[in-house]
Design a protein around this ligand. Structure first.
Ligand SMILES: NC(=O)c1ccc[n+]([C@@H]2O[C@H](COP(=O)([O-])OP(=O)(O)OC[C@H]3O[C@@H](n4cnc5c(N)ncnc54)[C@H](O)[C@@H]3O)[C@@H](O)[C@H]2O)c1
Length: 353
């Protein structure tokens, strides 16, 4: 029997992973305690998504455990032991702004929770593939010191710079920069996950996400950029742009393309390898460009306010370079460009707001 353990199962990436791996494994066990509602309020609750999984995925079992609770996690691993083929760890406190409110909670979920997951995998299923969803915030604000040029609708990196063609690679320093407390707790987890690969020889892949997106995001002001932007475009609720003249650039990867990266890694795993994972040059936009796109798709004029103050440590320009992953896994390709993703979010969001 093959079992997949997926944490954060009702979230954007977790729920996509549940559906994907339910086709590949005999059983998918999802762990999610809806802590997203505690972080961001009922608007961001993921219960609706958990219910859909319970109703629609036959070989799915949900466990509302907290990843901070070692005993509860150990119980799950003890039950399935060596049948566990893959662990996809996506549960997290995902917002830099929220982390400053409760640094201890943030660290407990992101760092201690990851430590619990890694250690249980080592103790009960050491041959399993372990996927850790890290973040580009591990690079702190170092990308903001690249030579950027201001264009009419976006910031761009200078054409002369090595990152111009493909974006930022995994060799950028994660040290001596401002990360936000969220970035720091993710660095702790990221390095720990690498170590379980390198020190213990376990099959660990660390995926440093740019903006991860898709219709299953429970978007809210503090997290879920494209999903929340589209929601505001539909409802005409006010949306606040924070700083950088609204020209800050993000690359966006659809949750399905990301899970496909995990699948390629699973089939030919490495030990403690790190990959940047985003839309790259294939799918990226500035805030201004994203607003224009949402207005075009919804046919609505958005209600935008602008705040001069940017979010602390927020990137001005970030595009992920996926060359390393594509070299290791040449059969993987992006399927979702930005417009396709945005339309899909719109079509699904219409049925929910
Ligand atoms: N969405 C992005 O743009 C983005 C970008 C870079 C990295 N990431 C990372 O990718 C991962 C997945 O992100 P997402 O957008 O799917 O997040 P999400 O918030 O949609 O999903 C995370 C899920 O984890 C659950 N959870 C939180 N704390 C928990 C706990 N203590 N115990 C059990 N469950 C808990 C939440 O209830 C939620 O359903 C996270 O690790 C995040 O840091 C996300």
């Amino acid at each position: 029997m093959k079992v997949a353990i997926i944490t954060g199962a009702a979230g954007l990436i977790g729920s996509e992973a549940v559906r994907f791996f339910s086709q590949k494994m005999d059983l998918v066990v999802g762990i999610d305690n809806n802590m997203r509602a505690y972080f961001f309020g009922d608007e961001a609750s993921t219960l609706w998504n958990e219910q859909r999984l319970q109703e629609q995925v036959q070989n799915y079992k949900h466990i509302a455990a907290d990843i901070r609770d070692f005993n509860a996690i150990e119980k799950v691993f003890n039950e399935y032991g060596k049948d566990i083929s893959i662990v996809v760890h996506t549960a997290a406190q995902p917002s830099h702004d929220w982390a400053a409110k409760e640094p201890i909670t943030d660290f407990a979920v992101n760092a201690i929770g990851t430590s619990n997951m890694l250690e249980c995998t080592r103790l009960y299923a050491e041959k399993a593939v372990f996927i850790f969803t890290s973040t580009n915030k591990v690079y702190g604000d170092t990308p903001n010191f690249l030579p950027l040029v201001e264009l009419e609708d976006r910031w761009e990196i200078s054409k002369e710079h090595a990152y111009y063609e493909n974006g930022i690679d995994e060799y950028m320093s994660i040290d001596q920069s401002k990360h936000s407390l969220f970035g720091a707790s993710k660095v702790a987890a990221d390095v720990l996950a690498q170590e379980y690969g390198r020190y213990f020889g376990m099959n660990v892949g660390v995926f440093r996400g740019g903006c991860l997106t898709g219709p299953m995001h429970s978007g809210t002001q503090l997290h879920g950029f494209l999903s929340y932007l589209m929601k505001c475009a539909i409802t005409k609720d006010q949306y606040t742009v924070f700083g950088y003249k609204g020209k800050q650039v993000r690359d966006n990867i659809h949750s399905n393309d990301l899970i496909n990266m995990f699948w390629h890694f699973y089939q030919n795993p490495r030990q403690g390898e790190v990959y940047n994972a985003g839309g790259g040059r294939f799918a990226n936009c500035s805030m201004k460009e994203a607003i224009t796109l949402c207005e075009k798709i919804t046919g609505n004029k958005m209600n935008i306010t602008y705040s001069e103050t940017n979010r602390i440590g927020d990137h001005i320009w970030y595009i992920s370079d996926l060359s390393k992953f594509r070299k290791h896994y040449p059969d993987w390709h992006w399927k979702y460009d930005l417009q396709t993703t945005a339309i899909e979010i719109f079509e699904f969001m219409k049925t929910r707001v």
